[in-house]
Design a protein around this ligand. Structure first.
Ligand code: SF4
Length: 453
């Protein structure tokens, strides 16, 4: 890859998103394969919050050092790329995800919010989201979070049917979920997402319709609806492998998906991503960064980042994560692997490491196609050129995506290429066509996992 190509790539620019992973849950749900666990000691969430604050501080210190080093220099680094460190890169979205961020004590959440503000330059209109579960969302916590500047809440409701909540192994009941929503509204929360799940063992269209109707009647600003995925390591996975549970047939799962699409559209929600619907102006800014190849820093256990066109992942092992921070090193897998090389550098931070490990441009392009196709806007030719410095048609000329257009699964306009409604049902096959090799699939899958709960 040439320096010119790096210079052309624009995925480094634009405001940053910051993701903070809170890996604790009160109990593991039966379908869950996320990096989350029950705290092993009462003070573990508090100690973890302090580590997370330390990680933010390290990023800020290293970014400032990088900025000081590059101040007054040309606007490109040794690889010819945009060299602005994240100390000077505005942040327009912060997302506390998990796990269950609302499990943290209000003072720990507020301390983390303060630390985000101290370490990163947030824009005035920064979207600040906290994922919550009904059982840990108290009125006092809500008020503290609103006072601290949180302006978007996501509730892991999944269902309002008692039988469904029991099947899924959720800890909350219907009344608790409704109360959490009511408390949020009464306290003044103006942007609320509700997460729903469908097509799990025993789930029927009638129960799904009841959930959709009841949730829409609450008038949330945003709805995410995901069908059950069998996640390795989950209780459902073990039960399925042992023949103890059946899953709905594919046709039934697709029918439930289209049932949601029809109903939510009839209620005025814009279907802006395969599994996400929003009221006017309420699409999730943070998640759009994953789908449209914008930079984000992932902080906390197992969190991944896409920064300066390089991709990173933090240690998922709590002991390694903690050890790196105690040594005042970023807990990033690849940086630690290259610790010897980094130690020789006076600035062994993310900016330096990113300059050494850019993701090849062709992988970035393939991932862009896969993730952008998840959105209603799809692949935008002008955006593709702006991001990668190449014309989409020239890059994908040899890829036989036009057969999907001929069959009515992809729609091409002058602006770009998007899935049709029928195409959503074939999205995995269509997206796979844009992979010129198999390597990027895991990254695209990661983007999809990030936006699920
Ligand atoms: S699904 Fe969400 S709430 Fe349930 S265990 Fe997993 S991360 Fe925790």
């Amino acid at each position: 890859m040439t320096a010119e190509k790096h210079a052309a790539a624009g995925t480094s620019g634009g405001p940053l998103g910051i993701y903070l992973h809170i890996p604790f849950c009160e109990r593991k749900c039966r379908y869950c394969g996320f990096l989350s666990f029950v705290p092993s000691a009462a003070d573990q969430p508090h100690r973890y919050a302090q580590l997370l604050a330390e990680e933010m501080k390290l990023h800020a210190v290293q970014a400032r050092a990088w900025d000081a080093k590059t101040a007054g220099e040309t606007a490109t680094d040794a690889c010819g790329r945009h060299a602005k460190g994240h100390g000077r890169q505005p942040v327009d979205s912060v997302f506390f995800g998990g796990g269950t961020p609302s499990l943290l004590a209000p003072e720990d959440l507020l301390m983390l919010l303060d630390q985000v503000r101290r370490c990163f330059p947030l824009t005035d209109d920064c979207e600040i989201t906290v994922e919550t579960n009904p059982e840990s969302l108290t009125r006092s916590k809500i008020e503290a979070l609103l006072a601290g500047g949180v302006n978007r809440f996501s509730i892991g409701m999944q269902s309002l049917r008692p039988a469904s909540l029991a099947v899924l192994g959720r800890i909350h009941d219907r009344e608790r979920a409704l109360r959490a929503y009511r408390d949020l509204r009464e306290a003044g929360a103006a942007n609320i997402n509700i997460d729903l799940m469908f097509a799990y063992p025993g789930h029927q269209a009638a129960a799904w319709q009841e959930d959709l109707k009841e949730v829409v009647a609450l008038q949330p600003d945003h709805i995410s609806a995901y069908s059950l995925q069998l996640e390795e390591g989950s209780a459902f996975y073990r039960d399925y492998k042992a023949g103890r549970i059946d899953l709905p047939e594919d046709a039934q799962e697709r029918a439930m998906y289209h049932q949601a699409c029809r109903f939510l559209a009839s209620k005025g929600y814009a279907h802006y991503e395969i599994s996400n619907w929003a009221a006017q102006g309420k699409a999730c800014r943070h998640n759009m960064k994953y789908w449209r190849m914008r930079p984000f820093l992932g902080l906390g256990l197992g969190a991944s980042s896409f920064y300066q066109s390089a991709r990173y992942r933090n240690f998922a092992d709590p002991a390694r994560y903690e050890k790196a921070l105690l040594l005042e090193r970023l807990p990033i897998e690849r940086i630690e692997e290259q610790a010897d090389a980094a130690a020789a550098d006076p600035l062994p931070g993310l900016c330096v490491a990113a300059a050494r490990n850019p993701e090849p441009l062709w992988i970035q392009e393939d991932i862009y196609c896969m993730t952008a196709l998840r959105t209603r806007r799809g692949i935008l030719y002008a955006e593709f050129s702006a991001l990668f410095g190449e014309a989409f048609a020239a890059v994908y000329d040899a890829v036989d995506y036009r057969r999907w257009i001929a069959q009515g699964f992809l729609e091409e306009t002058e602006q770009g290429l998007a899935l049709t409604v029928a195409g959503i049902d074939r999205s995995n096959e269509i997206m796979a066509d844009f992979l010129r090799e198999s390597a990027p699939q895991s990254h695209a899958a990661e983007s999809e996992r990030r936006t699920r709960r």
